[in-house]
Design a protein around this ligand. Structure first.
Ligand SMILES: Nc1ncnc2c1ncn2[C@@H]1O[C@H](COP(=O)(O)OP(=O)(O)OP(=O)(O)O)[C@@H](O)[C@H]1O
Ligand SMILES: [Mg+2]
Length: 249
């Protein structure tokens, strides 16, 4: 079969008319967004603009008041989709009283990883975040940055085709941040779709496209270059502020 006879694959993420309110306050107001296969998509916006809320909706962790989310062609929420993406929450979801290895084994069993592949994947994921020497330490004895790194290793564990990372590099030192970004770019190169949030402008600059969230709406969705050109800015930070991203909601 030649490739032009194959039906085009749907976008990895399809969000339509998503609305979410808390206590009568609208936090997300009719968000519509497509994220394509192999894309590195960055979600930017002032603190409180709704990035984490949107991330939770697009992973099926939270339910919208209206609108729909499809991931890899499947309507969410759907439990079986848990295997297909890796998720790193803004607040680490780890068992403090367990060691890092025990945390990884727990998530490996959730993802259906076993045997030698499980052990290989634990070593590979912990290698990426430079925690191989700390596998048997209780998480309670980890520093804040080490917990972030372990959360990232868990998100990478089952080599998911979609990674959803909420502020993945907060609290991580510059050298390791650089090596984590090298890994993210390599994963993207290998076809993994990555959606992340960040407040770090040089990270935003590395994204294929950026979505600017403000007052519960996506005010701009474009490549960093196009956003700079549109706002006449030299840097993505200037573009972000010129396009309203610097205004606190
Ligand atoms: N469960 C909840 N109950 C009530 N309000 C909430 C809840 N979750 C989020 N909010 C509110 O929704 C708004 C958006 O929060 P969200 O965490 O999505 O922001 P954010 O863009 O991720 O911010 P930050 O950059 O600080 O992480 C905030 O005003 C927050 O207080
Ligand atoms: Mg957040």
């Amino acid at each position: 079969m030649t490739s032009d006879l194959v039906a085009p694959k749907p976008p990895v993420v399809e969000i339509d008319g998503l609305t979410r309110s808390f206590g009568g306050r609208t936090v997300l107001d009719g968000i519509t967004l497509r994220i394509g296969r192999g894309e590195l998509f960055g979600l930017l916006g002032p603190s409180g603009s709704g990035k984490t809320t949107l991330i939770k909706l697009l992973t099926g962790m939270d339910k919208a008041d209206s609108g729909t989310v499809r991931m890899l062609g499947e309507r969410l929420p759907k439990l079986a989709m848990m295997h297909r993406f890796g998720y790193m929450a803004q607040a680490d979801a780890l068992y403090n009283e367990l060691t890092a290895r025990e945390n990884l084994l727990f998530f490996a069993s959730l993802y259906g990883l076993a045997g030698s592949r499980r052990n290989e994947r634990i070593r590979a994921a912990m290698g990426v975040v430079d925690l191989l020497d700390h596998l048997n330490k209780p998480v309670a004895a980890y520093s804040g940055g080490m917990k972030r790194r372990l959360s990232l290793a868990i998100a990478l564990l089952h080599e998911p085709e979609l990674l959803v990372l909420d502020e993945p590099t907060v609290g991580i030192d510059p050298a390791l941040r650089q090596s984590i970004w090298k890994e993210l770019l390599a994963l993207r190169q290998a076809g993994t779709t990555i959606v992340l949030t960040t407040h770090v402008m040089d990270e935003a600059d590395k994204c294929d496209r950026i979505g600017l969230l403000r007052d519960g709406r996506l005010t701009a969705v474009d490549s960093p270059e196009a956003l700079k050109a549109r706002s006449g800015a030299q840097t993505i930070e200037e573009a972000f502020i010129a396009l309203g991203g610097g205004v606190r909601t």
